[in-house]
Design a protein around this ligand. Structure first.
Ligand code: ADP
Ligand code: GN1
Ligand code: MG
Length: 363
């Protein structure tokens, strides 16, 4: 579909192109792994097309990514880190010096070094990984706290505004362009019954009771790379949604993606459950790194898992109603299967909320 050799040639790789192929299991961008020959050494890079259907302004987005990765590199080097270029994404500039390149159709592309000897996981394997994941994202937030200059550009306005997400959902039900609503009435009613929860964090942010921080906003498990040998957190990736947000958005999505033994699109929802041991590990790793949390933020950590899982389920169902235009799907009812796993996970969290509260310090 794309001439990857040609697009790779727009970047200052100082190497001969060898090979390129689609890579990863992200739902948004078009990701390719490319191999080049740099004066006799085979090197890999990640080449990505920024999804401009999702990110309407990819150029300011790339400016955000440049600022955030420059700052991460600066801090790592100042700390004397011996593998700073493996601990943060860094942008390989295009031949014209820009942090991105545009093809003839106007698509925005970028290149990152391929982080070697580490990998992402679509499914969590043990609670030890939760500690690493939570620490990595917590440290990433710490970095944002000292980012110099203007606030970051909002790459998707109201990304986690669950009040607006709820309105969009109601809108999709009302317009129902594909006539799918009647076949998913049970799922629709399930979300409608939980409206009150959607306003809680939004209201606390509006009143100033919760602070806005620089957050990643897409802390799903496969957006952090863990070392192949030590299992330790190496590098936080997928920085497109790094912008002002609540710490609860980041922690909540960790609960959503790192506590259940079932895949996000598992058809057998009896497998979906929030495992307390995994939650406990997440809370431990996160609170160790995120030393800046206020008592209110801490007290809402368990709720954040419910909120972000509900939000994501509502987004999958909205996309299903709207004809699967946002998330990449691999089968006709993919978004519906995803919706149902999120509902099951919310129910599991609801059933264990009191016990979860015991693992977080709060007033
Ligand atoms: P999406 O927004 O579509 O999720 P990501 O930026 O998360 O895109 O990339 C998709 C996948 O590609 C990741 O889950 C990860 O497995 C892999 N990936 C992305 N960047 C790198 C990198 N620099 N090094 C190695 N693998 C990467
Ligand atoms: C998308 O880009 P990716 O695959 O890491 C989505 C997240 C959802 C997630 C659900 C920009 O994440 O918000 O939670 O899918 N990213 C965007 O799996 O919408
Ligand atoms: Mg991703």
């Amino acid at each position: 579909m794309y001439d990857i050799r040609h697009i790779a040639g727009l970047f200052d790789l100082r190497a001969d192109y060898v090979f390129g192929a689609p890579y990863g299991s992200g739902h948004i961008n078009d990701t390719f792994r490319i191999e080049v020959d740099q004066a006799g050494i085979r090197t890999r890079f990640i080449l990505q097309r920024v999804n401009s259907n999702v990110f309407k302004q990819p150029i300011p987005l790339m400016e955000n990514v440049k600022r955030v990765t420059d700052e991460a590199l600066r801090v790592l080097l100042a700390e004397g880190c011996k593998e700073a270029y493996r601990r943060t994404l860094t942008i390989i500039p295009a031949k014209d010096g820009k942090p991105y390149a545009q093809d003839e159709e106007g698509n925005v592309w970028r290149v990152y070094p391929f982080i070697e000897r580490a990998r992402t996981y679509d499914m969590i394997e043990n609670p030890g990984q939760c500690i690493e994941v939570a620490r990595a994202f917590g440290n990433f937030q710490k970095l944002g706290a000292n980012l110099p200059g203007e606030p970051l550009f909002e790459t998707i306005p109201d990304f986690h505004n669950t009040t607006k997400r709820f309105r969009n959902f109601q809108n999709a039900i009302a317009t129902d362009p594909l006539g799918r609503a009647k076949s998913v009435q049970k799922e629709i009613d399930w979300f409608l019954a939980r409206e009150a929860d959607c306003h809680k964090v939004v209201n606390y942010l509006a009143s100033g009771e919760l602070p806005l921080r620089v957050t990643h906003n897409d802390t799903k498990l496969n957006n952090v790379m863990l070392d192949d040998v030590t299992g330790g957190g190496v590098c936080v990736i997928d920085l497109d949604t790094t912008m002002p947000g609540s710490s609860l958005y980041d922690f909540g999505d960790m609960i959503r993606t790192s506590t259940s033994p079932a895949a996000e699109d598992e058809k057998d929802i009896s497998k979906v459950t929030m495992r307390m041991e995994y939650f406990e590990a997440l809370a431990k790793g996160y609170c160790e790194a995120a030393t800046f949390l206020t008592p209110l933020e801490k007290s809402l950590l368990p709720f954040s898992g419910k909120l972000l899982t509900m939000e994501c389920g509502m987004r999958f169902l909205t996309d299903y109603l709207e004809g699967d235009t946002y998330f990449k799907i691999k089968r006709p009812e993919h978004n519906l299967d995803r919706t149902r796993t999120q509902m099951a996970l919310v129910e599991s969290i609801e059933a264990q909320m009191d016990a979860m509260m015991r693992f977080v310090e709060h007033d």
